[in-house]
Write a protein that binds this ligand. Structure first.
Ligand code: WT7
Length: 669
């Protein structure tokens, strides 16, 4: 993907309403933050959040452990629901939902809306139901559900009683679910009999049952009857076992009031891939996280009373936590939810939805944009997209070609396009271009939001000059930063705060290392160049090379595996696996049909261990893997080989790439 760092596009200007940032407000906020950062955040927290006990201590910092507003008390579900009932928004629609199934003509058959009153009632009743099963403050609840309104009910009900939720994306396999449930020490799981994806049923409840015997600490499994009821089936699609209860059975008449929790109380744990070992449980706080979910949403998307906001991410990812659940609801914004695949029953589904639901703000990922772009303009051009006023992109760098297509074909040149850089760990958007800046450079993450102090530094921590590349760091704590890695504070300290601390390591303050490379251009604007660690970004899904390798090595024919990401025109990155077979199995790579079968088995192994989205696209069977003298796999070399292979086409079968390790220019790293 080619990035032209010179091109600049005028940002369509629309009047920034009271929540968004005008150029003056943006300058004033930056000024306040640079003058007194803690006071800036404290001021925001006092004004934006509804406290049952106001805080007096704004910030404490025992590097690398941060606490924000720690003696204050509040409740996140109250901020998303009760607050709006008090200001007369009870009858406003909070959630509009469309299910995936369509009729014979291809028209959607399922749509529901919930007002803030209705959502509030469901949350209170479900929270009371959880309480009746002995779940309360300090417990962990895993949520493994399709994208239906009940997933928001489950999350907010946990927040209401002070239980920490951990949402596991419904695309994860039973094994992945088990690992997360065990690591989180969850006491309950909220799931559904299934969800719809491309016309097929994703067997969520079945996955839970597969691993149930291995997760003995789970006392309760709540099962929503999603698929059974949509097919006109019985109240429960399968008879429930002991320890299982129907979602609607749990909704009694009792209602749970919001339990105020300390500002630092963990609102949720969200698992994300790292460079080594198992995925880590990123822990987010209640007040700091909520503050930024609310305020970053307001500053970047400028929510207005009549908006229908659609962030296409699943709630199983951080984007869904912050801009499907907490951000929109904390702002009293109507949020739209779509359960299924973008290409079902055809590639026009998203544009149909925008027309029908009059979506005003649309926030999606470059990988989706590129796949729509490939299908041509006929589908979007045949729909009325006039309701749109603002477009957003998230998840990976957006290549200029996709940027222009998105801005022109979807935004018709009328809508500003915000390219938002952030991470699971940052809780909310950290960098973006804003309409108030007047113009945008396609593909450029541009500048941090007020209060966020980022820098691009060389390996010794020196700020790089304009025109140079380096690594992206955040130089001071911010309220929505992750607090720790669940159960592993050392991993937290080492992964994020152990690499950089001032120029030449001189600063007393450790800096937060993002894992991303970046370029500072001649104007001082920042471009993200991609991960510099062993994390891949496949179709917007974060994946560790080690996770895939360990799934491959689990196959009995595999001796060793090394995985790298290679550029992919649609997915941004696709997975390329180098595999060394056991001596006795080598023949399997030599025969074409056997090799195909082996590749299928290996892909299945990855789907089973992680999820289908993680399947390698390409395989290369080799006699040995190139290693440094200290035994480290030379990934940079493999990446080059894999990228070259892309250009050459998949011609070779068995190749000894180890000979390449002798090449002079690959030093030990
Ligand atoms: C990684 C974080 C919270 C966003 C969803 C993914 C990459 C994210 C951008 C962007 C360039 C981006 C980075 C980052 N990334 N947004 N606008 N431009 N790169 O969250 O799974 O935690 O992944 O996604 O590499 O480190 P995540």
């Amino acid at each position: 993907m080619i990035f032209d760092r010179k091109s600049r596009m005028a940002m369509p200007q629309h009047t920034v309403a009271d929540t968004g940032l005008t150029a003056e407000a943006l300058a004033a906020a930056h000024k306040h933050a640079s003058h007194d950062r803690i006071d800036f955040w404290a001021d925001l927290a006092r004004h934006e959040l509804c406290w049952s006990t106001p805080f007096t201590i704004a910030h404490s910092w025992e590097p690398p452990f941060a606490r924000w507003f720690e003696d204050g008390r509040l409740n996140a579900s109250e901020q998303c629901l009760d607050v709006h009932l008090k200001t007369g928004l009870g009858r406003k629609v909070a959630v509009v939902w469309e299910g995936e199934p369509v009729d014979a003509e291809g028209a959607p058959t399922q749509r529901r809306t919930l007002t803030f009153d209705e959502l509030h009632e469901l949350v209170e009743r479900f929270a009371a139901g959880l309480t009746s099963r002995g779940i309360g403050k300090g417990d962990r609840v895993v949520v493994y559900m399709p994208l239906v309104p009940e997933v928001l009910v489950a999350m907010l009900a946990c927040a209401r009683i002070g239980a920490t939720h951990s949402v596991v994306f419904a695309g994860f396999s039973a094994e992945s679910l088990r690992d997360r449930v065990l690591d989180a020490g969850a006491k309950a799981i909220v799931t559904a009999d299934g969800g719809f994806r491309r016309g097929k049923v994703v067997p969520l409840h079945e996955n839970v049952r597969k691993v149930r015997a291995q997760i003995p600490a789970v006392e309760t499994v709540v099962v929503l009857n999603r698929v059974g009821s949509s097919k006109g089936g019985p109240a429960s699609s399968a008879p429930l076992h002991q320890g299982e209860v129907g979602f609607h059975e749990l909704l009694g008449t009792a209602r749970a009031a919001a339990v105020p929790v300390g500002a630092e109380h963990p609102l949720f744990i969200l698992y994300t891939s790292g460079t080594t070992g198992k995925p880590k449980g990123v822990v987010h706080s209640t007040a700091g996280y909520l503050l930024w979910a609310k305020k970053s949403m307001a500053w970047v998307f400028d929510p207005r009373p009549e908006d229908v906001f659609w962030c296409t991410a699943d709630v199983g990812w951080i984007t869904g936590h912050t801009y499907v659940c907490y951000g929109p609801l904390a702002n009293g914004t109507t949020v739209f939810l779509y359960e299924g695949a973008p290409d079902f029953p055809n590639g026009g589904r998203f544009w149909d939805i925008i027309e029908r639901e009059k979506i005003t703000v649309f926030y999606t990922a470059p990988t989706a944009i590129r796949s729509f772009m490939r299908q041509g303009n006929t589908l979007p051009d045949s729909r009325n997209l006039a309701s749109l006023r603002l477009l957003g992109s998230v998840g990976e760098p957006i290549n200029p070609e996709a940027w222009h297509w998105y801005a022109d074909v979807i935004g018709k040149g009328r809508c500003p396009l915000v390219d938002t850089w952030w991470q699971t760990e940052t809780g909310g958007i950290m960098m973006t271009v804003l309409p108030a800046m007047g113009s945008a450079k396609p593909g450029c993450a541009t500048r941090p939001l007020p209060g966020i102090e980022v820098d691009v530094v060389s390996d010794d921590g020196t700020s790089v000059p304009k025109g140079a590349d380096g690594k992206l760091v955040v130089k001071s704590s911010w309220p929505s930063q992750l607090r720790t890695v669940h159960g592993d504070p050392t991993r937290y300290a080492n992964t994020y705060w152990g690499t950089f601390s001032g120029p030449g390591g001189t600063s007393k303050e450790p800096w937060y290392f993002t894992g991303d490379g970046a370029h500072r251009d001649e104007d001082g604007d920042i471009w993200i160049t991609g991960r510099v660690d062993d994390v891949m970004n496949v179709a917007g899904h974060r994946l560790g090379t080690m996770e895939v390798e360990s799934a491959l090595v689990g196959h009995s024919d595999v001796a060793e595996a090394a995985v790298v990401g290679v550029p992919d025109a649609i997915k941004g990155t696709s997975v390329f696996a180098f595999v060394t077979l056991m001596k006795a199995s080598k023949g399997r790579a030599e025969d074409e049909s056997q090799r195909m079968r082996l590749e299928t088995e290996l892909r299945d192994a990855v789907a089973r261990e992680i999820g289908s989205f993680a399947k390698p696209e390409h395989f290369r069977f080799t006699d040995a893997l190139p290693k440094t003298r200290s035994g480290k796999i030379m990934r940079r070399l493999l990446r080059d080989v894999a990228t070259g292979h892309e250009a050459l086409g998949d011609t070779s079968t068995l190749e000894d790439v180890s000979v390449l390790s002798a090449l002079q220019h690959y030093h030990e790293d």
